[in-house]
Design a protein around this ligand. Structure first.
Ligand SMILES: [Zn+2]
Ligand SMILES: [Zn+2]
Length: 349
């Protein structure tokens, strides 16, 4: 198997894993957990009881409870990329006179990203609690499409504020619930969406910057080697220019780890940039991922227009002409992400 095939397989595996994780993060039934459950059932008769209990507990912890597995995986990938960058790319770039300032940018971005990453993990996303629920209920009006007044969470036994949702992984209701993110092992809600957005953009900047520096290094390596001008004698005895594919294969063989890292970074960058832009768009229109998904498959069955609520300023009659019910203009929507309304203060509509 030649190097290009191997690299293509590697890229497909990495992309598939990332897509699966993004698609199913926070969901209860992932294809992986279904597969593991099925395998578990088949081998159950020949497995000792203690091993069955242990594996069940482990699976439960991995997929149905908060756990730090993806945080560790995240740190591991980051350590691998930064170790490779420092070990091979940094020295080479110094030799070709890249300034120390340019080379220190990835480390500064790492520091910034780590702060937002930590805040995403540690900051309470806006848990609905017995003590706070009376204030949280007034933060947003009910749109009577996705959120209806007087609904109680069957698990928490608390009234559900508009835009909140019960997270089954964390077992709590969260105000302005967006989604449960396995990479930060926390829900993304009213109080930490800002950190999540900044975290996404800083990871993109990190991946993009290291990718550019690495590509620059490889370009210099090619130019320095003179390979672009090189030629070879083919099987018919004719002189042929080496060409781009020859150069790419040469790079794979000379800097295998650097090329693998660059491939990984480019995919991570485009994947995360798309995801970050989607979340930025949601911030601009004042919608959560939860609302975005629900509103796309929404069938207006529970709505009762004209139920006489227009005189109640806290619960205005639903406005069906408005696509984004909670939107208050781009600037105010973005301000709401960075300065989320606090429970107890009724937000103007
Ligand atoms: Zn709940
Ligand atoms: Zn959660």
């Amino acid at each position: 198997m030649d190097f290009l095939t191997l690299f293509a397989i590697y890229v497909v595996v990495v992309v598939t894993c990332i897509v699966l994780v993004c698609k199913y993060s926070g969901q209860q039934q992932t294809p992986f957990s279904i597969l593991l459950n099925s395998v578990g059932k088949v081998i159950a008769p020949i497995t000792p009881k203690w091993l069955q209990n242990l594996s069940q507990r482990t699976l439960h912890r991995l997929f149905h409870q908060r756990n730090n597995m993806f945080i560790y995986l995240h740190i591991l990938l980051e350590v691998a990329v930064y170790a490779e960058f420092t070990y091979e790319v940094f020295g080479f770039c110094r030799e070709m006179d890249t300034t120390l300032i340019s080379l220190s940018v990835p480390y500064i971005l790492l520091l910034i990203k780590s702060v937002f990453f930590y805040l995403c993990i540690k900051r309470d996303p806006g848990t609905v609690t017995k003590k706070k629920v009376a204030g949280q209920i007034h933060v947003y009006p009910y749109d009577r499409k996705l959120f209806h007044p007087g609904t109680t969470c069957p698990t928490c036994q608390l009234l559900k504020p508009a835009r909140s949702k019960h997270c089954r992984v964390c077992n709590r209701c969260v105000q302005r619930f967006d989604h449960h993110c396995v990479w930060v092992n926390n829900c993304i809600g009213a109080q930490n969406t800002r950190y999540f957005l900044l975290y996404l953009f800083s990871v993109c900047a990190m991946a993009g910057d290291i990718a550019v520096l690495t590509a620059d290094m490889l370009l210099h390596a090619v130019l320095r080697s003179g390979l672009m001008m090189a030629s070879y004698i083919d099987e018919y005895g004719d002189k042929q220019l080496a060409g781009l594919m020859f150069v790419v294969q040469h790079l794979f063989l000379t800097f295998p780890r650097v090329v693998f890292m660059l491939g990984f970074l480019v995919f991570v960058f485009f994947l995360l940039a798309g995801y970050a832009l989607f979340h930025f768009y949601l911030a601009v229109v004042n919608q959560t991922s939860n609302e975005w998904y629900k509103s796309r498959g929404y069938v207006c069955q529970h709505c009762h227009p004209g139920t006489g609520t227009a005189d109640d300023p806290r619960h205005p009659a639903p406005d069906h002409s408005k696509r984004y019910y909670y939107s208050r203009g781009v600037l105010r929507n973005i301000r709401e992400i960075f300065l989320p309304p606090q429970p107890g203060h009724k937000k103007d509509k």
